[in-house]
Design a protein around this ligand. Structure first.
Ligand SMILES: *Cc1c(COP(=O)(O)O)cnc(C)c1O
Length: 216
């Protein structure tokens, strides 16, 4: 199957209100250009250096989403152009994003990553940490960062009930966050293997890589 037909199949399966992030990490610019030519304008990368290189080479109407774990000392390399940072999980990182956004005279949109999986390796905040962060005076002083919503990743398992339980948990945290913070509207959950379930559970943004570009 071609990238274009994969993309069309997925787009047809998505409700209108769900945003598709085409996850292009490790893939060459020529593959991304096929998706671009098929109309895709939102791409997700998990390494800042790789994203910056692709940004330089590709058309400037693309929105670049950082979906990987972000190291504080690398924020400056994406601050001029990144459109949405999905994996924000600490006050320290938010302060650095805020600082670099100010330097670039812009407001950077972010999602806070919530830990929902039963795996030690995954990053993210729990609900208490999230609430502490949002009610802190440090956060309230940040003028150049906007929290658009939440992001999460389910446990890597075949057990659909387990995945569903985790997605519903994230949806419930999302709903209560939305009530507290006006800017919140986006729930980023769902990947190639579980995006339909994620949408059933209330996802508004799916991050799909291998089903579009093939295996990595
Ligand atoms: C790689 C990645 C994806 C896409 O995964 P696929 O299974 O290829 O669709 C989604 N989200 C994050 C955070 C990723 O790192």
């Amino acid at each position: 199957m071609s990238i274009q037909s994969n993309l069309n199949t997925i787009k047809t399966s998505l409700p209108e209100k769900v945003t598709l992030v085409a996850v292009s990490k490790t893939k060459p610019v020529s593959d991304l250009m096929q998706a671009y030519e098929a109309g895709q304008r939102i791409f997700g990368e998990n390494k800042i250096q790789e994203m910056a290189e692709k940004w330089e080479q590709m058309p400037k109407d693309i929105q670049w989403h950082m979906i990987g774990h972000v190291q504080t000392n690398k924020v400056k390399f994406m601050a001029p152009f990144v459109s949405l940072i999905h994996g924000v999980d600490s006050l320290k990182l938010m302060q650095e994003i805020n600082k670099q956004a100010l330097k670039n005279n812009r407001i950077i949109d972010c999602l806070l990553q919530i830990y929902i999986a039963e795996e030690e390796s995954k990053f993210g905040l729990d609900e208490n940490e999230l609430n502490e962060l949002l009610s802190s005076s440090e956060f309230k002083e940040m003028k150049n960062i906007r929290i658009l919503g939440l992001m999460g990743m389910a446990t890597f398992t075949e057990d659909q009930n387990q995945i569903k339980k985790e997605f519903l948990q994230l949806k419930s945290i999302f709903d209560s966050t939305k009530n507290k913070l006006e800017s919140v509207s986006t729930l980023s959950m769902g990947m190639s293997g579980d995006y339909l379930l994620a949408i059933e559970c209330g996802s508004t943004m799916v991050r799909i890589g291998s089903s579009i570009f093939g295996g990595r």
